[in-house]
Design a protein around this ligand. Sequence first.
Ligand code: SF4
Length: 445
Amino acid sequence: MFPAWSPRLGVPAGVEKRWISSATGRHCLPKSLPGNNLGTSGSPGEGPRSLLGGPCGRVRIRREPPVIPPRKTRTIHVRDLPIGGAAPIAVQSMAATRTQDVAATLRQVRILEAAGADLVRIAVDSAADVEALAQIRRETTARLSVDLQESYRLAERVAPLVDKLRYNPGHLHHHEKSRPVADKVRYLVETAAEHGCALRIGVNAGSIAPEYQERFGDDHVGAIVQCAVDHCALVDGFGFTDYVVSIKDSDPRLVIDANVRFAAARPDVPVHLGVTEAGMPPEGVIKTRIAFEQLLARGIGDTLRVSLTVPFDDKGLEIAVGRELLADIEAGRFRSVPPNFFDGLNIIACPSCSRVENERFIELAAEVKAMTAYAADHDLTIAVMGCRVNGPGETDDADLGLWCGPRHVNLKRGPEEVGAFTYDEILGRLREELDRLIAQRATAE
Ligand code: SF4
């Protein structure tokens, strides 16, 4: 069902028993032993245990502190799904198909459900999307969350259909410019409360609200953390507690920094973890693992999403990888990465969602990766984004950025626009820009 590549590489899979040596011989350790530190996580409420070799039949078990410490967050509910506190860490994903293609989106929801998703997010940007969502709602009992970016004004129409609303503080300024942000948040909170929905305050480094950009300048982490903290205060002020916060970036090191700072400021608020635009496997999985290992081991993270750029039919991989990472971390199976993991060419790519206007985007992301392999040793970032909603902003920090429209791909050099090119032209133009950039850097050195 999934590509041959597996997140379990390097970890023996399907092993039912392990043998360890000791002075007295070999001891058969059943994997089903609760809390076995060599293969499974502990029973609920128990930490992993070490198995100390003794004579056959007399295996001594030493209890160790849990790898994922108890979380201090409050428990909220997304319909019947508890998130936060002592609840199991929920794994979620997002439909990548166009929302108005009801059949394809339903198929996507079912693929994610079959893979074990606790919650499925769908993007809604227009009245036609709301109509499609209503049809989807009639056909599935899956817990649904809706992603409102610039379209927060649709909240009252989508809230009756879903279990959770996500808003992005960085996109509230686009419409109703004279209306204060606090008023818009009040509207979202009241709408969620009226329809029994939970909320996610979803802050992204690629779409920082202008007032925080001005205040914090280049300190992106400071800006996104403060924005999240301020929005929590706003939502609290309206007497609403059923919310989670996410603070995402494409760089796992910044995700760690931001979430550690946020959790210190608001230890009570459940956290949704994710590395946005992690890109294609295996790098996308590695980046996600780096962040999740460091955060979950600190007791930060109540629900998570793995974002991978993969074909629609393989989207279940996001759930499988999420559960795999959780199981590994719960069992103390940490990986380390060499200090030079972040050296060289870094390709970031969004996981795609219904806002993608040309499905060639996913193919293009893979082609960019293949075409730029020759530049692997150069410390450059190339961003490949799927749409006009987040593409322009989320490519600003990359050395070269591509964001996809229906017929053209927009090429950027940092924040500066180079031009729009057809899907057939873009790789050649990207190559020219990349060569120019490499030559410029060589001259500068
Ligand atoms: Fe969806 Fe656009 Fe974000 Fe990609 S960049 S995940 S297409 S909103």
